[in-house]
Design a protein around this ligand. Structure first.
Ligand SMILES: O=C(O)CCC(=O)C(=O)O
Ligand SMILES: [Fe+2]
Length: 228
């Protein structure tokens, strides 16, 4: 299941991010691909240790921490340090692949199981043609091209690709999340319940016995399913 999370970056954050990305030392994206993905990966990335990548990484992690919908949808246990990519010119596409199940955080070597994959779109969609993130979902193929600042979360198990960018440049942040709740289906149920509770709180109020009871049920389900 795909979840779109709007407004992870606001206009200020986008302007700062674009300025940092402009002067960044872009390199061949093939350096971090697994064996199969290597055959189809033709994009550029920022080296994780360069100053712009470090500054951008804190911006993305800070924005995620402040975003209640991200928390509710991903139930994050560990977030892989966000990376940054660019498609345009000769390096303009990433063919069909599945992300590695386990990633090791650079420097720390901590293991992150990639339950969820995420792309935070940083370029305005009117500034480039192509570049759709195409995800094989249980409901069929989903083509995703979001407004700058919006994020898509999708199951790490999905085959996905990025269509060739035929005009302009697509820049994005991409990363993975190990969730407290490994099952996509269970995580989805919890997120739906949380969304409906937010709605109920605003209509019937925080102290309504139904709201109190269902909030308890949400936490009790999370207690059953979370692997901390
Ligand atoms: O650029 C994107 O939206 C996705 C990148 C991707 O699939 C990857 O780096 O594994
Ligand atoms: Fe991928």
């Amino acid at each position: 299941m795909l979840i779109r999370i709007p407004g992870v970056f606001d206009a200020d954050a986008l302007a700062r991010a674009r300025a940092l990305l402009e002067d960044a030392p872009w390199t061949d994206g093939a350096t971090t691909a697994g064996t199969q993905a290597l055959q189809v990966k033709h994009n550029q990335q920022l080296p994780v240790t360069c100053a712009p990548a470090q500054a951008l990484q804190s911006m993305v992690l800070g924005a995620l921490e402040r975003h209640p919908v991200f928390f509710s949808a991903a139930l994050p246990k560990r977030v892989f340090p966000p990376m940054f990519n660019r498609y345009g010119g000769a390096a303009n596409t990433y063919g069909a692949h599945v992300d590695n199940a386990i990633r090791y955080t650079p420097g720390r070597g901590e293991r992150v199981r990639t339950d969820l994959s995420a792309t935070l779109f940083l370029a305005d969609p009117s500034d480039y043609d192509g570049g759709e993130l195409v995800i094989d979902d249980t409901y069929g193929e989903q083509r995703v091209k979001l407004a700058a600042g919006d994020l898509v979360l999708y199951p790490g198990t999905s085959v996905h690709r990025v269509e060739p960018v035929t005009r302009g440049v697509r820049v994005a942040s991409f990363f993975w999340i190990e969730s407290l709740v490994r099952s996509d289906e269970q995580r989805r149920l919890l997120h739906d319940m949380d969304r409906f509770l937010v709605h109920l709180r605003s209509t019937v109020g925080e102290t309504d016995p139904g709201v109190v009871g269902l909030t308890g049920t949400y936490h009790n389900l999370l207690r059953q399913w979370a692997d901390t």
